[in-house]
Design a protein around this ligand. Structure first.
Ligand code: HEC
Length: 153
């Protein structure tokens, strides 16, 4: 009897492990893309802080943040967005299934982000006024995509 109980407990633990893995698909991909997003937010903290006057403008630091932001955008992260890795399939994610739906505008949003980050990269080291002028489109590109494709906060 005890032996049977142990076997049953072990079997149930193994099953639980399996069920968890199945309930949370694409854990690594989701963690990696969220990390890239957090990295962007850190660069935006520097650029936005300077634009708002909360951080003194520093051309080299601004340029570095803009270079980093652009690098995070041009990086090939396509393998981090497999179909079935949306928030309904894995609650760790806040990505909406609409990303993968027929007629999705995710490509347009990504293109707008790339254009805005390219403009910021050209502007950030050139002075506070050019940085400020480039800030709106960059923030807009983040916000537009989140509004359409991310679970609201
Ligand atoms: C093309 C669409 C798109 C663009 C552009 C975009 N994001 Fe995101 N972002 C997402 C999606 C989708 C998620 C949800 C990812 C997930 O949880 O699987 C997300 C999540 C996040 C998160 C939360 C990460 C976490 O740990 O849950 C942060 C922070 C973030 N984005 C910052 C930014 C910033 C800053 C920008 C602009 C510089 C930006 N994003 C641009 C689509 C986008």
């Amino acid at each position: 009897m005890p032996r049977l109980l142990i076997a049953a407990a072990a079997a149930s633990m193994a099953f639980t492990g399996l069920a968890t893995a199945q309930d949370a698909p694409f854990k690594m991909e989701i963690a990696a893309r969220q990390g890239i997003m957090a990295y962007r937010a850190i660069q935006m903290g520097t650029l936005g802080g300077m634009a708002k006057g909360e951080i003194p403008y520093d051309a080299a630091a601004a340029q570095k943040a803009a270079d980093n932001l652009l690098a995070s955008v041009t990086l090939d992260a396509s393998m981090l967005w497999p179909p079935g890795s949306d928030n309904a399939a894995n609650p760790d994610s806040t990505a909406l299934a609409a990303i993968w739906a027929e007629g999705s505008t995710i490509g347009d949003k990504a293109k707008a982000m790339a254009d805005a980050a390219t403009a910021m990269q050209a502007a950030a080291g050139a002075g506070l006024d050019p940085l400020k002028a480039a800030m709106g489109p960059v923030g807009g590109a983040c916000g537009d995509c989140h509004k359409a494709f991310r679970v609201p906060d």
